[in-house]
Ligand binder design. Structure first.
Ligand SMILES: CC(C)(COP(=O)(O)OP(=O)(O)OC[C@H]1O[C@@H](n2cnc3c(N)ncnc32)[C@H](O)[C@@H]1OP(=O)(O)O)[C@@H](O)C(=O)NCCC(=O)NCCS
Length: 181
């Protein structure tokens, strides 16, 4: 039985995507999103261990919202690769119903642009090359970078934000303590 309510059709296309630098108030929602996406196993991941106890930098970390709903997040944390300053990208998370709409790409592009603007030349991550390869990331040659835990070397990827920025860079990946605010 229909009660005569007037329905108006709305589509998500009516609501625009807002990409903004992360704010302290976003923490709770981002943590919930991460928990839903990665589950408790996330604590054992090498990338997580590297970030553990060290803050990501909000100026390079972005959220995606549709209306007021937080649907995606990317965080970047300061690291050293050997003696070179770099950022570690991750986690990147997009709420499942909102995937394959370019939100992941928009988040990464925003963070790389912010990193580049502030003079950061290298962004490292542990992830799938078929996805991140389209966004400018390349496989790190085996043995060049030493991660602080077990990783599949084929998943260690780097983006150079300046020409040949990765040339001559090698060594252990460690948190950049000085940059943590
Ligand atoms: C990976 C993730 C962030 C992508 O977000 P998204 O907003 O869907 O990304 P985009 O819209 O920019 O790109 C989507 C495309 O990438 C593809 N893609 C997604 N994950 C992929 C992967 N791991 N390998 C290869 N391709 C992948 C999708 O199939 C889609 O292809 P299509 O455009 O042909 O449909 C999202 O799927 C997610 O949150 N996954 C779970 C968490 C995760 O794995 N994070 C990355 C590791 S830190």
């Amino acid at each position: 039985m229909v009660f005569g309510a007037a329905f108006t059709e709305h589509s998500l296309a009516d609501l625009s995507l807002i990409i903004s630098p992360e704010q302290p108030d976003d923490d709770v929602q981002i943590e919930k999103l991460s928990e839903r996406t990665f589950g408790p196993g996330r604590f054992a991941r090498t990338a997580y261990r590297l970030r553990e106890g060290h803050s990501h930098l909000r100026e390079f970390s972005f959220t995606a919202r549709i209306g007021t709903l937080l649907v995606g997040s990317v965080r970047l944390a300061p690291i050293f690769i050997g003696k070179s300053k770099a950022l570690l990208l991750g986690p990147l998370t997009v709420e499942p119903p909102f995937r394959s709409r370019g939100i992941g790409r928009a988040l990464i592009e925003a963070s790389l642009e912010a990193a580049k603007k502030s003079g950061v030349k290298l962004v490292l991550l542990v992830g799938d090359e078929p996805y991140y390869g389209r966004l400018g990331f390349k496989k790190v040659p085996k043995g060049k970078v030493e991660m602080p835990g077990p990783v599949d070397p084929d998943r260690v990827l780097i983006a150079e934000l300046a020409p040949a920025a990765f040339e001559g860079v090698e060594g252990a990946v460690t948190p950049d303590w000085d940059a943590v605010k």
